[in-house]
Each structure stands twice: as structure tokens, then as C-alpha cells.
Design a protein around this ligand. Structure first.
Ligand code: T4K
Length: 403
């Protein structure tokens, strides 16, 4: 956006190169070289190496959990979790999530039973879960903790206990958060974190399953290592979910720098709050159920009638400026294969999810931006609103436009 003219309307883009949404932590080069040198010196790449063991101990201590089982990524962690829990039939979950949440169930031979979410928090709606729990063949509730916040875990926990099924969490977005002065990681039967490059704690690719249940942990360790590992407990099948030493090395550096990563995110989030507060029709989500968040995501809901543009139109404006805002989660899982064929009535059953999938937009935060960049991004959003009519015209391909 050069001198106030949006790129979509003929101005130069606000950023010369693309600005992604993810956290994208990169350690200092000398630290990275030193960590990789250690792996060369020890000549040990994978299979529960010293760095993975060090990471697991550090995570257990930080999260106050008995077991932190590091894995190659959160998707396989969720797949292993479903198997380790011995689930059968259907699992209640949210369609307003990344596809991996439901795919983990499909891989484990289970079916998701989609429940609608709360319009304000975007998390599973306990009233809908209570209703779904009355259905047959339900063996668990897989709740998703989104956007550096947590779901109503107390209500869900009561409901799951009453039905006698486990509650577990996809906490891919919630590392470093605290709820009720307890670290996220120790709730329910187990929790799964993602340490993907776009997450607040990064292993480049990676994840971790946390539990306080010794038997569950033994099963998870056996499933993780193809040939079985640790205590010889029975598991239905095994996988290769091992985390490599290189992944653990990056995660350990990311963990060491975690306080400053959080502090930086907090400042960036505050800059977004300041820059967007006057924008009508844009709701910036503020994690409300945690007493500490990780500010991992800047999530906005666009009310087209008030803002003047719909989410997709604003998305187009931002992308023209080289701001790679993402429409997570669009389309909803229920509209992705194989679920859209499996559950054709889901769109009608999930009215809140449907609306959110058309309204939610994520803006960049993390290492790829600083406060000046956030100021430019929020200026673009404000300019998009001011020029909404012209933007709509350009996007509709209507005639010549003079900005
Ligand atoms: N549950 C939930 C609720 C999740 O959100 C996720 C993952 C999972 C489970 C499963 O966790 P993992 O199995 O992945 O550990 C991304 C991530 O791949 C995925 O981890 C994440 N959630 C999901 C929401 O988003 P993509 O394919 O849409 O994003 P990607 O990788 O293209 O990266 C986003 C932007 O960052 C792009 O503009 C490119 C840029 N980028 C990305 C990487 C990796 C870079 O500039 N450099 C990089 O190294 O899936």
C-alpha cells in the first residue's frame, strides 16, 4: 500500500516479499550449528536419543505432567492417541479445526461425530456435546483447544465422565497456555501439542503427547517405535512416530527462548489491538478462558454487513499487499473429503461452524513481523474498509477504477 493506495487499487504492495502467518522460529545460526555439531559428534540421529530425552524431561517439568512423549508431528500423535485409548465407533469432535483432527480418527478406524461450536469462543459447545453423548456408539470426546485459548474443559469433563468415556484434547494451538493456574498439557486423558514450524514452540516438524496415566504412556511409547519400546504392554498395532534428534535440538532452543517469544507475541498482539480497535465489523478474538495465553494467533471475524467487505474480499486485499493472511479453517472439515460424502447433512447440523468458516481470518504474528509491520498490516485493513466500495468493484471486475 504505497502512499495510502491499496495494491489492489493500483498502489505498490505494503510488503516487498510475502509475510506468512506462522510463528516461524529460527534459532541464531551459531546456536543451530553448535546443536547440529553435537549430533555429528555423538553420531546419533534418532530413536529416543539424548536430545529427545532431554526435551521430554524439560516438557514434563514445565507442564507438570508425568509423561511427555515426543513424536514426529501432532497428526501422528493424535492417531497414536486414538489407538492407545482403545477407542471404537464414533468420537465427538469439532469440524472447526485443521483436517488432522478428524483424519487422526479416520486413520484409527473411527468416525468423527461432529458437534457445533460456540459462536463466541469457537470451541465445542457443551450443550451440543451433551446431546451428542446420548447417541450410540460414542467412545470418546476429542476437544480442540484453539487460538491460544481452551475450550470449556470443566463442562466437557463432567459430561464425558457421566457417560463414562474419555475426554482428550487436540492442543496443537495451546502450548504455553495456562487455565485455572494449571499448564495446558495435564487436562483430560491426554493432550497433543504440535511443534510445527508455524507453532509457538517449534521443532520444525514435531509434536508431543502428554498424559498423567502410566499405562496410556506405556502404550503410546510402544506404538511410537515400530518394534515396541519400554514396558511391554499390549497394543493393537505400532507405527513410526519417532522424533529425530535434529527436531529435538530445534525444540530445545525454542523452549529456551520461549519467554522472549511469548513477550514478543504479547507486544505484537497489543499492536494489533491498538491498530484494529476502531474498525467496525471486525472482531479480534481475545483468549478468554485462559489465565495465560501464548498469543499464537491473531484471529479476526469479519461481519461483512458492517465492515463493508466480506472475509474473502479482505483476504484478497491483504494478499495483494503480500500479506499471506489465512482462512483457517476454510472449508470446514465437514465439507472436506471424505466427510462431505459421509455426512451430507453436516452443513445443516453445524450452523455456527458454517458461519465461522466464512468469517474467520488469521493475520501474521511471530518472528516474521515486528511492530512496524503490524502497524502497516492494520493500516491496510483500515484502508480496505475506507475503500470498500472500490475494492468490491475491482473484485467484481466492474469497470475502470480510480483510487
Ligand atoms: N490440530 C490442529 C488444530 C492444527 O492446527 C494442526 C496443524 C494439527 C492438529 C496437526 O499438527 P501437525 O501434524 O502439523 O504437527 C499448517 C501447518 O502445516 C499445520 O501444522 C497447522 N496445524 C495448520 C493450521 O497449518 P498449512 O499447510 O496451511 O501451512 P504452511 O505449512 O503452508 O505454512 C503457513 C505459512 O507459513 C505459509 O505462508 C508458508 C509459510 N512458511 C511455512 C513453513 C513451514 C514459511 O515461510 N516457512 C516454513 O518453513 O498447514
Amino acid at each position: 500500500m504505497s502512499e495510502g493506495t491499496l495494491a489492489l487499487l493500483g498502489g505498490a504492495p505494503a510488503f516487498e516479499s510475502a509475510v506468512p502467518v506462522g510463528q516461524l522460529y529460527f534459532p541464531d545460526w551459531p546456536d543451530y550449528v553448535e546443536a547440529m555439531r553435537g549430533i555429528f559428534v555423538r553420531q546419533y540421529y534418532t530413536n529416543q536419543g539424548p536430545l529427545v530425552r532431554e526435551l521430554e524431561s524439560a516438557l514434563q517439568e514445565r507442564l507438570g505432567v508425568r509423561h511427555a512423549i515426543c513424536v514426529a508431528n501432532a497428526t501422528i500423535g493424535l492417531m497414536m492417541a486414538a489407538d492407545a485409548l482403545g477407542l471404537r465407533g464414533r468420537v465427538i469432535t469439532s469440524a472447526f479445526s485443521f483436517i488432522a483432527t478428524s483424519q487422526s480418527l479416520t486413520w484409527a478406524g473411527l468416525d468423527p461425530l461432529f458437534c457445533d461450536v460456540d459462536a463466541s469462543s469457537h470451541h465445542l459447545d457443551p450443550d451440543r456435546v451433551e446431546h451428542a453423548l446420548r447417541q450410540e456408539d460414542v467412545s470418546a470426546v476429542l476437544a480442540v483447544n484453539l487460538w491460544g485459548d481452551v475450550c470449556d474443559h470443566e463442562a466437557l469433563s463432567r459430561l464425558a465422565a457421566r457417560r463414562g468415556v474419555p475426554l482428550y484434547f487436540d492442543s496443537a494451538h495451546a502450548f504455553g497456555c495456562e487455565a485455572g493456574a494449571r499448564a495446558v498439557g495435564g487436562f483430560g486423558a491426554l493432550e497433543v501439542f504440535s511443534f510445527h514450524a508455524t507453532k509457538v514452540l517449534s521443532a520444525a516438524e514435531g509434536g508431543c503427547v502428554c498424559t498423567n496415566d502410566d499405562m496410556l504412556a506405556a502404550r503410546l511409547r510402544n506404538i511410537r517405535s515400530s518394534y515396541g519400546a519400554g514396558a511391554p504392554v499390549h497394543v493393537r498395532r505400532t507405527a513410526n512416530g519417532r522424533m529425530s534428534e535434529a527436531q529435538a535440538a530445534i525444540a530445545l532452543m525454542s523452549l529456551k527462548g520461549f519467554p522472549s517469544i511469548l513477550e514478543r507475541n504479547r507486544a505484537l498482539f497489543a499492536a494489533y489491538e491498538a491498530g484494529l480497535q476502531s474498525v467496525q465489523g471486525l472482531r479480534l478474538l481475545r483468549p478468554a478462558a485462559v489465565n495465560r495465553t501464548n498469543y499464537q494467533y491473531v484471529v479476526c471475524e469479519i461481519d461483512a454487513g458492517v465492515f463493508g467487505l466480506d472475509r474473502d474480499q479482505l483476504h484478497a486485499v491483504l494478499r495483494a499487499e503480500n500479506i499471506l493472511a489465512r482462512r483457517y479453517f476454510y472449508p470446514g472439515i465437514h465439507r472436506c473429503m471424505p466427510y462431505r460424502e459421509q455426512f451430507p447433512s453436516a452443513p445443516a447440523d453445524l450452523p455456527v461452524t458454517e458461519v465461522l468458516c466464512s468469517r474467520v481470518l488469521q493475520l501474521p504474528i511471530g518472528q516474521a513481523v515486528d511492530e512496524a509491520a503490524v502497524a502497516r498490516i492494520t493500516a491496510v485493513v483500515r484502508a480496505a474498509q475506507t475503500n470498500a466500495q472500490l475494492v468490491r468493484a475491482v473484485l467484481a471486475g466492474q469497470g475502470e477504477v480510480h483510487a
